[in-house]
Design a binder for this molecule. Sequence first.
Ligand SMILES: *Cc1c(COP(=O)(O)O)cnc(C)c1O
Length: 463
Amino acid sequence: MSKSFPSRRSWAEPWKVKVVEPLKMTTHTDRERAISEAGFNTFLLRSEDVYIDLLTDSGTSAMSDWQWAGMMMGDEAYAGSKNFYHLEETIQKYYGYKYIVPTHQGRGAEHILSKILIKSGDIIPGNMYFTTTRLHQELAGGTFADIIIPEAHDPNNEYPFKGNVNLETLEKLIHKAGKEHIPYISLAATVNMAGGQPISMANIRAVRELANKHDIKIILDATRAIENAYFIHEREDGYHDKSIADILKELCSYTDGCTMSGKKDALVNIGGWLALNDFNLYEEARNLVVVYEGLHTYGGMAGRDMEAMARGIIESVQDDHIRARVGQVEYLGQKLITSGIPVVCPIGGHAVYLNAKAFYPHIPQDEFPAQTLACELYMDSGVRAMERGIVSAGRDKKTGKHYYPSLELVRLTIPRRVYTQAHMDVTSESVIAVYNKRDKARGLKMVYEPKYLRFFQARFKQL
Ligand SMILES: *Cc1c(COP(=O)(O)O)cnc(C)c1O
């Protein structure tokens, strides 16, 4: 891989633009009005009012001409669509799992998995929570337990695998809770909430050994496993000469199944799946999918969506693709680091995370510094980002109090194959401008709070 990208030379994306989507340009006054109408929540903005949309990399990728051609090959039969079989075969080939249940997106898979594996009172250890994953575990009667290494909670720690599991914590938890109360270990690669940080192959292997010792399953959140494979390729001894596809397959081989949001790595706008190696569990999942998603050969997706995802998977494991994808994130991150902006280090695979606590030390956490920063950035330039701090963390269901996460971040998430280097330059200049007037920022007050996943729909007022 490194042969085609000599380090002293510039490199560019392995694609060219064929279709463009014009963007509306707005003024500062337009944006002040828009964010105020949106209750100071970037999720409630109209996308038309956004210039550079870094809210999420979920479902926002640009598809290739080959994927679009696949959309015309949709077999929209209710049952047994040929696109399902293509998708199934592609997942088996690249991820290596035996049985595939298609779902409308990642949380559909999490819902079914939680229903078949978790019983009331269970504990699910995981390397940091993810919003929808934890909620489905809780709705099924389980409790999530964080087993990530402490480095993950420190935005300045440069450890190369901040997604790793703390094996000692995991082992203690197994002894304390009893293995019969641990239905599976929920392993994410990369870890979104820690800043897109990878887990090392050595760590995954060690988790597998521990899980074997206690006869516990491991379910991978494979949403960004290809980006994780890229970091293993770059940072872990023994993997520099392996292809991304080979690393991905090895990584998955240490787990018993996965939930997947195709909207991320797989380069599509909608789609997901649940994969399992155990036939009996698969049978249960295949039965439940009919209740919640759709027949087991479409699971909420159109035939054309399944074809686009099958083709997207094939493109997503190409070495040149993933290098350029993560490389663009790195480019933005390095620009900000060079300008002294407080960001989570090392730079993650899908996003650059601004450290809002360091931006706004004068704003207490329950006045939502990260939410504030996301709003300031939008007002400055029309760049839309996402809060990943106290608002996203939600409330403890027992005490009703806010969770106070140590990370209070704003995520600048880069869609795949959508923006150019110039968009990254504009973004970094805006972040720097907001940083330079940081003393003037005021916090927010929450005036409306939904019961579930509040960050999506909560409304705020400026203090
Ligand atoms: C997006 C995401 C999910 C949920 O997937 P959806 O397709 O949005 O339902 C689960 N885990 C991680 C790590 C994610 O980023």
